[in-house]
Design a protein around this ligand. Structure first.
Ligand SMILES: NC(=O)c1ccc[n+]([C@@H]2O[C@H](COP(=O)([O-])OP(=O)(O)OC[C@H]3O[C@@H](n4cnc5c(N)ncnc54)[C@H](O)[C@@H]3O)[C@@H](O)[C@H]2O)c1
Length: 255
């Protein structure tokens, strides 16, 4: 059985943990060649090793997606290592919750630099290679907070709303040139990015004990459950999808 991403060259940012790690592993299982990039190069290397042990082809590298030069170098690394670029997953993100009128400039700047500029830089660097080959798939990882907000997440929500609109803009601009761009909006998934927010809501144990009050499925999502949707969007099975906003949220935004 050929894999669903056989031979495709894929870059995943934030690949050292959570959704990014699960996505890189799923891609490798489906025959992709994966560049696993993260600001934490040790964890990115851990993902690449797991992918390789599972029979895939993967390489790690350090990137801070808020640095446009570093993002350009990441994309060039994928192309020079593997020969082309087919898929980019702009997944790296930060979530620094706070009461809006108490939030520092640093928090505002870091959130927008990583979550918004990071995705813009990724798209800008990837698109010339996709134009050259006449095809490509970009998946931006936003959040349910790109659609609805929650207490203490005004800045994060602003950044994730921008991700949704970036996706639509890219989708429109390149629809006739074979480049698809879609965005996934996960609900509450069991990863470290949520720990600070959980503390503000009364602790992770409390959040999980009461999760059906906001996530109707009644449990946190698993990173693999988001990765499976990203895999579909990356693959040719999603050939008629571009500009789509795909909630993967256990029903959260149905309320
Ligand atoms: N976990 C959730 O409930 C949830 C829900 C909605 C959206 N998301 C989004 O999913 C994405 C992945 O988050 P996760 O849940 O896997 O969290 P995570 O904390 O497990 O992983 C985030 C990864 O991003 C990396 N990273 C952070 N800043 C970076 C930077 N500047 N450059 C490169 N890498 C950087 C971290 O080192 C980490 O490996 C994020 O964009 C997040 O906003 C998560």
């Amino acid at each position: 059985m050929p894999g669903r991403l056989n031979g495709k060259v894929c870059v995943v940012t934030g690949a050292g943990s959570g959704i990014g790690r699960a996505t890189a592993l799923r891609f490798a299982e489906e025959g992709a060649r994966v560049l696993c990039a993260d600001i934490n190069v040790v964890s990115a290397e851990g993902t690449a090793q797991l992918a390789t042990m599972a029979g895939g082809v993967a390489k790690s590298r350090e990137v801070d997606v808020s640095d446009s030069t570093a993002v350009d170098a990441m994309i060039e690394d994928a192309v020079s290592t593997f020969g082309s670029l087919d898929v980019l997953v702009n997944n790296a993100g930060v979530n620094i919750p706070g009461v809006l009128h108490e939030v520092s400039d640093d928090v505002i700047e870091r959130t927008l630099a990583v979550n918004v500029k990071g995705q813009i830089y990724g798209c800008r660097a990837a698109i010339p290679h996709m134009l050259a080959s006449g095809q490509g798939s970009i998946i931006n990882v936003s959040s349910v907070n790109g659609i609805v907000s929650e207490p203490f997440l005004a800045i994060y929500s602003a950044s994730k709303g921008a991700s949704v609109m970036l996706t639509k803009g890219v989708a429109l601009d390149y629809a006739k040139q074979g480049i698809r761009c879609n965005v996934v909006c996960p609900g509450w998934v069991d990863t470290p990015i949520n720990y600070a927010h959980a503390e503000m809501l009364g602790g992770l144990e409390h959040v999980y004990a009461t999760i059906d009050s906001f996530q109707p499925i009644g449990r946190p999502g698993e990173p693999s459950e988001i990765a499976n949707v990203i895999l579909f969007l990356a693959s040719d099975e999603a050939s008629f999808m571009t500009g789509s906003v795909v909630a993967v949220d256990g029903g959260m935004t149905s309320q």
